[in-house]
Design a protein around this ligand. Structure first.
Ligand code: GUN
Ligand code: ZN
Length: 435
């Protein structure tokens, strides 16, 4: 075998952690190694075993004492919003109308889109995010530049142009037919090209007419291989308006259900204020609720009820995501830190082990991509992070009192950011800008 061996403290999840026996959910090797070759993980285990089974002269990259873990996964963010992060507004709909719908019009320019795509992927990689599910703007060319840049970097990305044909400026509107045609063409070009996946993306019920919702349902039916991504139940005014626009539907979730948009490949950003009936519908359909803590706090949208959705009567699959640019950080570490606090406020527990599970294997499972990404098992894609819990002086000082792996993970989550990510391997290639 050729390729190279990465040596470090390996941490790889096997299953969802269960309180009381969390250590059964992962494998940790103090002197571990990952053998990567041709973009794939060939072997993981103790350094001694992995080295013994490789060629004598194989290259060894020594990352000790850092942790090697699967790349972080961000299952909901907006590529055209990177220049409006932290825009001051009282609530979601004001924020959308004042900043977002103005900013996204710039993506009619391929040149602008290409420039932002390049810096966007640099930021994701710097922060350790190797896979994301991204909304592009309404413009077909915004998705073209997104996928072209991702493909050039050999990243596993999910993306889609948003479809929106009402309640937004003219410069951001498509039509049911053009949204359908552009989506079809993008699927044809990009879904399955290298590591690219397409997400059929009706932005949310408020910006799509019933005719466009029908077209979205048709696309989902014609392309079961693709994801569906949209927004659901984020804010009180948004919910009221959505229900007013679709009076024949029982509630917000039922709008998507009536157009055939629920299902195991459907990602519903926010899902904060769901009724028991809606939770049951999400659960039965295998749909995914995506928790976006920094965004939900920033826009004052509400507290996601993780415990009820995950472990209630009707369990729902969950992802945790940044929601850039309603979200305020690219960092999945910071995002988990805020998730922890949102859960604290509700008397719920997010343990450090569960956090690191969630942002790797948990989010991979939410995307149904756990056979490709999210852990260090042989056969997985070699998207691997090198994490340094002593990355800053404040972290180093804190680390002086740390004695367990769990504590170390919690320090990285609470005090960490892009500096904690020492290196990022994408399909086996060292890729952190400036590292
Ligand atoms: N709902 C519809 N569009 C958006 C968006 O861009 N961001 C957020 N947070 N919610 C939305
Ligand atoms: Zn969003």
């Amino acid at each position: 075998m050729t390729g190279k061996i990465l040596r470090g403290r390996t941490l790889s999840f096997l299953s969802e952690p269960v309180l009381g026996s969390e250590s059964d959910s992962y494998v940790y090797e103090e002197d571990g190694a990952v053998h990567v070759d041709d973009g794939i993980i060939k072997a993981t285990g103790s350094y001694a075993d992995v080295k013994l089974n490789a060629l004598d002269n194989i290259e060894v990259v020594d990352h000790r004492p850092y942790i090697l873990i699967a790349g972080f996964i961000d299952p909901h963010l907006h590529f055209p919003q990177v220049q409006i992060i932290g825009s001051y507004a009282p609530d979601l709909l004001t924020w959308l109308n004042t900043y977002t719908f103005v900013e996204e019009q710039k993506f009619g320019s391929t040149e602008h889109g290409a420039r932002i795509a390049s810096v966007f992927f640099d930021e994701l990689i710097k922060h350790g995010t190797t896979t994301a599910a991204a909304y592009c703007s309404v413009h077909k060319q915004s998705a073209e530049v997104f996928f072209a840049e991702s493909h050039r970097r050999n990243m596993l990305m999910i993306g889609g142009k948003v479809m929106m044909d009402r309640n937004a400026p003219v410069g951001l509107l498509d039509t049911p037919q053009s949204g359908y045609d552009d989506t079809k063409a993008l699927i044809e070009t990009w879904h399955g090209t290298g590591r690219q996946h397409y997400a059929i993306s009706p932005r949310f019920a408020i910006t799509s007419t019933p005719a466009q919702m029908e077209m979205s349902g048709a696309l989902a039916q014609e392309h079961p291989e693709c994801f569906v991504q949209t927004h659901l139940s984020e804010n009180a005014n948004e919910i009221a308006l959505a229900c007013e626009l679709f009076p024949q539907c029982k509630d917000y979730t039922d709008i998507y259900a009536q157009y055939g948009l629920l299902g195991p490949k459907s990602l519903f950003g926010h899902s904060i204020h769901l009724s028991d009936r809606e939770i049951a519908a999400m659960s039965e359909s295998g749909s995914v609720a995506v928790f976006c803590p920094t965004s939900n706090l920033f826009l004052g949208s509400g507290l996601f009820n993780f415990e009820k959705l995950r472990n209630g009567k009707h369990p729902v699959r969950i992802g945790v995501a940044t929601d850039i640019g309603g979200g305020t950080s690219y960092s999945m570490l910071k995002t988990l830190d805020e998730a922890f606090k949102v859960m604290q406020l509700q008397g719920q527990r997010l343990t450090p082990v569960y956090s690191f599970y969630q942002t790797t294997l948990g989010n991979a499972c939410a995307l149904g991509l756990e056979d490709r990404i999210g852990n260090l098992s042989p056969g997985s894609d070699a998207d691997i992070l090198v994490l340094d819990a002593n990355a800053t002086s404040a972290m180093s000082l804190r680390m002086e009192t740390v004695s367990t792996l769990e504590e170390e993970l919690f320090v990285m989550q609470t005090l960490g950011d892009d500096r904690t990510v020492a290196e990022v391997y994408i399909a086996g290639e060292a890729s952190k800008p400036g590292a």
